[in-house]
Design a protein around this ligand. Structure first.
Ligand code: CO
Length: 134
């Protein structure tokens, strides 16, 4: 059911220094920061030959990654995103298997303008999973 690894997201406190680390120290191609108020984050995309990394910095008072950074002040891996062909079919299959879909269970428009869903980390080995329909 799941396809390619679309991206790995890393929560960071300081997007400027995290971006510089990837651009200057690791020599990666990085995007300009993109504020996404609807998601409570500012994102920098890092393009790798085979996938992407997303650096996520909290934006606004109710950022979903603020709590994560309270627990992990140095930042850390926040979620991994797998591609699926049909997000509703994937959701229904996962729910039938007992997996929990976060929020109201309906796909939202994600950082790339595509429908996304998140799956409960307790059901997936402690890793928050994002599914993105491509
Ligand atoms: Co993501």
């Amino acid at each position: 059911m799941i396809g390619r690894l679309n991206h790995v997201a890393i929560a960071v406190r300081d997007l400027v220094s995290a971006t510089a680390l990837y651009r200057d120290t690791l020599g990666a191609k990085v995007s300009e920061p993109l504020a996404q108020p609807a998601h409570g984050v500012t994102v920098v995309f890092i393009e790798l030959p085979n996938t992407k990394i997303e650096l996520l910095e909290p934006l606004g008072a109710n950022s979903p990654i603020a709590k994560f950074l309270e627990r992990s002040p140095d930042g850390g891996m926040h979620h991994i995103c797998y591609e699926v062909d049909d997000i509703l079919a994937a959701r229904d299959k996962l729910k039938a298997e007992g997996a929990r879909v976060l929020g109201d269970g309906e796909p939202k428009t994600g950082a790339h303008g595509k429908p996304v869903l998140f799956l409960h980390p307790k059901d997936f080995n402690g890793a928050l999973i994002e599914l993105e329909q491509v």
